[in-house]
Design a protein around this ligand. Sequence first.
Ligand code: LLP
Length: 422
Amino acid sequence: MSFDELTNSRFFAYRDGDLFAESISVRSLAEQYGTPLYVYSREAMLEVFDGYRRGLEGIPHLICYAIKANGNIALIKQLAERGAGADLTSGGELALAQKAGVPGERIVFSGVGKTRDEIEYALNAGILMLNVESEPELEAIDQIAGEMGKKAPVAIRVNPNIDAKTHPKISTGLREHKFGVPFEECAPLYERAAAMPNIEVRGMASHIGSSLADASPLLQALNRLLGLRDDLKSKGIEISYVDVGGGLGIRYQGESPLTSHEFASELKKRIEGAGVTLVIEPGRSIMGNAAVLVCRTVYVKKTSYRTFAVVDAAMNDLARPAIYGAHHNIVPVCAKEGTLQKIDVVGPICESSDVFGKDRELPELQSGDLLAICSAGAYGYAMASYYNGRVRPAEVLVEGSEARLIRLRETYDDLWRNQVLD
Ligand code: LLP
């Protein structure tokens, strides 16, 4: 496979051996902004978003971008301007959504542990619905809304007991998982909700997992939701919004998941005419292949056993390989001629899991050479940390031949910003 294909995006492509992000050379960005550096392509992100939009044209729908995938306000803003809403998992994400200009009526809030403060905040923000994950949460919302003199719009997050067939750490739709309300317990809970004085039953939600290479479990989940919705209708409970969550996978290593347009068209086929608004909560599919993490080789370390490229990015910058054993393609920023070698690309952190890739076929490297770790836009910066006293990287957004810094590289001051010093 050529390096061009390994980027998993036509917006990260080679011109005369140099990797470009849209119309800017990645090398020039690394020189200007330093490394490690997240480089985003606006077009890559919007192409996927527009695919969802086109696929759902003609039916009432709302695309709530899952902010957990990437909380950079400049990126959320781009989506919000195109009509996106937001899916939240915390009060902090509500603050990000508001800062990015997402209107309250386009926001849904999922999560098993919403606190009193978060519930109040969400009710004050006038969000579309709180996706309730348990009976005690429903009771708390009823009480808090009552104290505030409001009616809380809710959906119940249904746990449909469907196997998403994805990595066990990101599978959420089986009954042993902490998420949602078991399918058979939903109808009685809806009846309780409908009788609560400060609750307005508005919708039904589910999210069965992330990074699904095959979307059929998601379509199956939608069918289950629609069945439950009919059942509730016969009990006099009206559901106006059906939210199938996020989950559509992307290509990391040769997979071929449905495109956003294809997936949306499948959803539309199933829900057309049902008289409800379809909500989706995509995160990874929009952001995943919209960025690369650019890093510089510090040393090439050859032992009798292996060749390591020790780079200046690490698991604190991109944790997915270390946490999930996730595969991210790695390409040279300047693709030299010559034979390829098998190289382990590793970070400087003191853990054996700080490895971006083993036995990667790369041209002979020297200290100073730049590499791009692909498919890094989702759950990349979002999961970055200060581990090993490392500050978090900068982020740059490319739009055609323009680039702008959308997050400063942190400095050592950030390491002790909230520490209480004598
Ligand atoms: N909605 C809910 C309620 C979620 O929990 C999630 C993701 C999404 C939507 C977005 O799912 P997506 O479209 O991105 O698949 N850190 C992991 C992924 C964790 C996903 C958590 N929930 C990773 O790096 O693979």
